[in-house]
Structures are given as structure tokens and as C-alpha cells.
Design a protein around this ligand. Sequence first.
Ligand code: SAH
Length: 224
Amino acid sequence: MSSPSTFDINRERMIEEQLAPRGITAPRVLEAMRTVPRHLFVEDAIRAQAYGDFPLPIGSGQTISQPYIVALMTQALQLAGTEKVLEIGTGSGYQAAILSRLCLKVYTVERLDALVGRARKVFDRLRYYNIISRIDDGTIGWPAEAPFDGIIVTAGGPRIPEPLIAQLADPGRLVMPVGGQDVQELQVVDKRDGDITLTTIERVRFVDLIGAHAWPPPPPQPAG
Ligand code: SAH
């Protein structure tokens, strides 16, 4: 075996310093965070910062979440390995990659086509073949593939889009940042025996969820 790279060492430190001490204890989640090469999901120029305790820009005004937040949201889904999971907001593809190690199949939706193309290349390079992606407004869900055992929304909206609640299986779990455009709280929806339980787990800052059941699109930028 080859000796560990700086990336491997930084990834291990990320687990020990950022995740384990903050309550990420699910062994399968920690293993996925230990396995997926986060540095491949960011541009070359910022690769050295890939394992830092902060979000990073991924182009088009979007960000890849801080590792702790990715782990926290993943842990909240309590995946056993047999689930179909829907992600809204593919972005870099990193969150989808983590999920793909923990469930049967990941369906991920992104509204900006520039980002999807890049994410798909990384999935292919890593041979993460159980991720299916499409370009669309994810606030309407993915009706043709519903229901989903888990749904994760990685952009912040004013409320949980109703189609996503409808497309959540019973039993099923959904996690999403809900609130204003500056700050939100992570909400977990637990659907079981026809009942819905809502819990709040953390204050967070996400980029906007833009779509029919979320914030309206920003006005077009003037040319030049
Ligand atoms: N999960 C991503 C984080 C991406 S940031 C990662 O691991 O890198 C949030 C993403 O949500 C952005 O790429 C943004 O374009 C996307 N987004 C916002 N509104 C959306 C919508 N209605 N449908 C699909 N994607 C959306």
C-alpha cells in the first residue's frame, strides 16, 4: 500500500477534531466521511483547504458545506443501507457522494447545470455509480421516483416544500435548513405511522433554496 497523502492525513484529522468531539458518533457516518475524498469536489486552487472547518466556494455563488454540517445532516437521516435517498442541491456533489456510501441509491437534483456537469465527472472518476442526477427545480421533488426513505435539502428555504413531505416514505426522515435568507435552523421531519414529528437540531447558514416552493429567483444581472 502507498503511504498516506497529506489529504488522507487531513481527512483523518477532520474526523478526530471536527466530527467526533461534536457528537458525530454513528460509525457508518464516520466511515463514509473517512472514505470520500472531499478534496476532489473543490477546485484545484483551494484543494489544500478542503478539510478545513468551514464551507468553501464551488462557483456560481454556491458553497460546499462545512464537513461537520454534512456529517450532522447525514447522521440525522439514520441510514441503514437499503434506502432510496433524494437530495435537493447537488452543488459540488460531495454530500451526494457521502450518502451514496450509506444507502442503496441517491437521487440528486440541482438547478444550475454548470455544477451538475462537474459533480458527475467526479462521481464517474470515483465509480460512485449509485448516484443519479438531474437538472430541475428540486422543490417539486422527483415524483417519478417517489417515495424516498430519506430526503435531504442542502439549501435554505422559508418552509419545507409540501411536495417533499408528500414524497417522503412512511417511515421516512427529511432534513432541511428552514428560516430566513441569512440564518436558518436545521429541521428534521420524522414520518411514522402517518404522523409527522418535527425536531430542530442546529442553527445554520445555507445559500438560498430557489424554486416554486421556496425563494423566488434573483433578478437577472445586467450585462457588461
Ligand atoms: N450539497 C452540496 C451543497 C450545495 S449548495 C454540496 O455537497 O456541495 C446548495 C445548492 O443548492 C446550490 O448548488 C444551488 O444551486 C442548489 N439549489 C438551490 N435551489 C435549488 C432547487 N430548487 N433545486 C435544486 N437545487 C437547488
